[in-house]
Design a protein around this ligand. Structure first.
Ligand SMILES: [Zn+2]
Length: 295
């Protein structure tokens, strides 16, 4: 559904937008990136790396829809001059990094092709309720699979599981491969990774003092609209493998993990939080694009 919406927008506004396929999931589902803007500078935002956190896809899709309308009608939006912002900085959205996992959470085993049905059941301790499932269809937690302190990342999970298994090697999964090769082809000023638990911002990964100051400036701006508290420590104990940490350490630019909802335990975010989540996050893409224009 989201792929169709992106294709419609890209067809309607070919000068202002672009939809490209950046890779495929384990089960062959396309992973799409959507560009909005004509600006030479670029920022990058993604969502649904963790399957059960699929409300994050809705946040990016509504941003895409709302910003595209404002951009193409030249309206002001949330006090931003959208045309000026996006003519300077383009935003690349990847609204669903882990489509197999999201389909599993939403539709259960019927969305799964062989040979993964038994494997994914095993990774979920035999339960057919996949509401808690975070990993990709091979039971790899994509946010432990990036090549940043991967070797030293030690969790108690040593085999495919619904969460926290880092995979057989760094960037072993097609979903992380797609993101890494896409990001390497660009020169993104900023990376915002959308996740869903805790109403927090993870942003710190051993930055130099100067980088830390620059990055924290953006974090404070996001705090001003979301009230998500910054966490001044590395997000993941005992190593990393996280996309944000990979971006921060590789490119020396701000990477922020935005957790959109209160922690609700090991399950999807209840729909009752949607309107407050959207209201807090609706201007974040424009805010980040405008901030990137200055560097
Ligand atoms: Zn997450």
């Amino acid at each position: 559904m989201y792929a169709y919406q992106l294709s419609v927008l890209a067809a309607m506004y070919p000068k202002q937008t672009q939809r490209i396929k950046i890779g495929e999931s384990v089960q062959g589902r396309a992973i799409y990136a959507f560009k909005l803007g004509t600006g030479k500078k670029e920022i990058y935002m993604d969502a649904s790396t963790h399957a059960r956190e699929h409300m994050t896809t809705n946040v990016l899709m509504k941003m895409i829809d709302t910003y595209t309308k404002a951009y193409t009608t030249q309206n002001k939006l949330y006090n931003y001059d959208v045309k000026k912002v996006l003519n300077t900085t383009s935003i690349w959205f990847v609204p669903m990094v882990n489509p197999d996992g999201v389909m599993l959470v939403q539709q259960g085993l019927k969305s799964v092709q062989e040979p993964y049905k038994q494997k994914v059941l095993k990774a979920n301790d035999g339960s057919k309720n996949f509401a808690r499932y975070k990993s990709n269809i091979r039971g790899v937690d994509l946010n432990r699979n990036y090549n940043v302190a991967w070797k030293t990342t030690s969790t108690s999970i040593k085999k495919p599981y619904y969460k926290a298994y880092k995979g057989p090697s760094a960037v072993s999964e097609p979903e992380t491969k797609a993101m890494v090769s896409f990001v390497k082809k660009h020169s993104f000023k900023t990376y915002l990774a959308y996740h869903s638990s805790g109403q927090l911002q993870y942003w710190y990964y051993n930055q130099s003092v100067k980088q830390k100051k620059r990055d924290y400036y953006l974090v404070r701006k996001i705090y001003n609209v979301t009230k998500y508290n910054p966490v001044t420590s590395t997000g993941i104990a005992n190593g990393s493998g996280a996309g944000q940490d990979w971006f921060v350490s590789t490119f020396k630019r701000p990477g922020i993990t935005i957790e959109i909802a209160p922690y609700v335990g090991e399950t999807t975010v209840p729909h009752k939080y949607w309107s407050s989540v959207w209201n807090k996050n609706k201007s974040v893409g424009l805010l980040a694009a405008k901030e990137a224009a200055g560097r």
